[in-house]
Design a protein around this ligand. Structure first.
Ligand code: PMP
Length: 381
């Protein structure tokens, strides 16, 4: 497809993908990838055909690591790993490596939505975990920290900084966790959309498919001293952070093409002004959508406590006569699609609509959606 074929009458490029992932790439990156597809880095082959042992790929993975270290100011005391198996693989890798870090051999899990629940279930199969808060029948808020039940000397404290399905995001790092308990965070859906201090974490991981490219790849940033103390003898090498670190993430053939794309997106983020620019963009874009919701007199309803509203995944219902109106929601999706806005259907467990505003979505595209929401309300309420 030529670049011209990608353009629509709205000149926003492709159909706009507001989905929760795999997400939309920045158009500039798509164009770069397309231009060099059959001759990647002067090798006269595509990235998909490049040996992971080639000097070309060695340069690519080194540059990707340096770029993410620059963007996030990651100190040398942390390893940066590019791993297979998406974020889901880390749900078990984390407990395999770290559940036995402390004599308590217990990890604390803060479950605030579907993804932290999945991680807790995976950890439960491996060892002892403690649930920090009681089961929530609806994920719409996070109980106050002073009600949390923490284990004394926990091996680690685990949470998910943005629940992609429920739309719950932390704008801060929990403060109640004792200093010597490593905090481990699944940042899959808000990674690179918000500034944060890496040194407050024992480990961070993120799936690439939301904010830095293609599914299958996960980035893991982890304190090297924890890796040295980890349970690396008795787990398989693919999940051992020690084995992966010692082999430069190339224990086996790494996900070459996703790493290549990730590096392109890291370079793009740098060109936009780095993490600060992404943070500001995220604030602006989500502000546009929440403004429409909040000014809709209850036509659009987002259930989440405002303090925990996600800037990247915004679920809402269309409500008439006090109840969600599924027919109108279907009409909303149909009409949005007619206007080239796709993937807005809410997750099946939550229903309604969900708008995902990852870094690849522009301010202009978000404005188009916000305008569409206003017009839809005017025509249907
Ligand atoms: N954690 C979160 C917060 C997610 O949103 C997702 C994917 N939607 C995952 C983990 C799993 O990622 P993957 O599909 O790459 O394994």
């Amino acid at each position: 497809m030529t670049n011209d074929a990608l353009k629509t009458e709205h000149n926003t490029g492709r159909i706009i993908n507001f989905g929760a992932g795999p997400a939309q790439y920045p158009l500039e990156v798509i164009e770069e990838l397309q231009a060099e597809f059959s001759n990647c880095c002067g090798t006269r082959r595509t990235i998909k055909e490049l040996s992971h042992r080639s000097t070309t790929f060695a340069k690519i993975i080194q540059e990707a690591e340096q770029n993410i270290r620059d963007i996030l100011s990651i100190p040398d005391t942390y390893a940066v790993l590019f791993l297979h198996g998406g974020a889901t693989n880390q749900f078990s890798a984390i407990p395999f490596n770290f559940l036995k870090l402390k004599p308590s051999q217990t990890a604390d899990y803060l479950v605030t939505g579907y993804w932290s629940e999945r991680a807790a279930k995976a950890a439960e199969k491996i060892g002892k975990i403690n649930m920090v808060i009681p089961n929530q029948d609806k994920y719409i808020d996070v109980p106050a920290e002073n009600t949390w039940n923490l284990t004394e000397n926990a091996s680690y404290f685990y949470y998910c900084s943005n629940e992609t399905i429920h739309g719950i995001e932390f704008d801060h790092i929990p403060t109640i966790v004792p200093q010597d308990t490593p905090i481990i965070c699944d940042m899959s859906s808000n990674f690179l959309t918000r500034s944060f201090d890496v040194t407050k974490f024992g480990a961070i991981f993120a799936s690439a498919q939301k904010n830095f490219g293609e599914s299958g790849l996960a980035l893991v940033i982890v304190r090297k001293d924890l890796i040295e103390k980890s349970n690396n003898e008795s787990i398989d090498d693919t999940r051992s952070y020690k084995a992966q670190m010692d082999n430069g993430s190339m224990l086996n053939t790494p996900p070459i093409s996703p790493i290549y794309d990730a590096n392109k997106i890291f370079n793009w983020i740098k060109r936009q002004g780095g993490l600060k620019a992404m943070d500001q963009l995220s604030e602006k874009k989500s502000g546009l959508v929440y403004e429409v919701i909040d000014q809709s007199n209850g036509f659009y309803v987002n259930m989440i406590n405002k303090k925990y509203r996600s800037r990247v995944n915004i679920p809402f219902r269309i409500v008439t006569n006090g109840t969600p109106n599924e027919k109108l929601e279907e009409l909303f999706l149909d009409e949005a699609l007619e206007s080239d806005m796709d993937e807005l259907k809410g997750h099946r467990t939550v229903g309604g609509i969900r708008v995902s505003l990852y870094n690849g979505i522009t301010l202009q595209e978000t404005t188009k959606l916000a305008d569409f929401m206003r017009t839809f309300q005017k025509n249907n309420s």
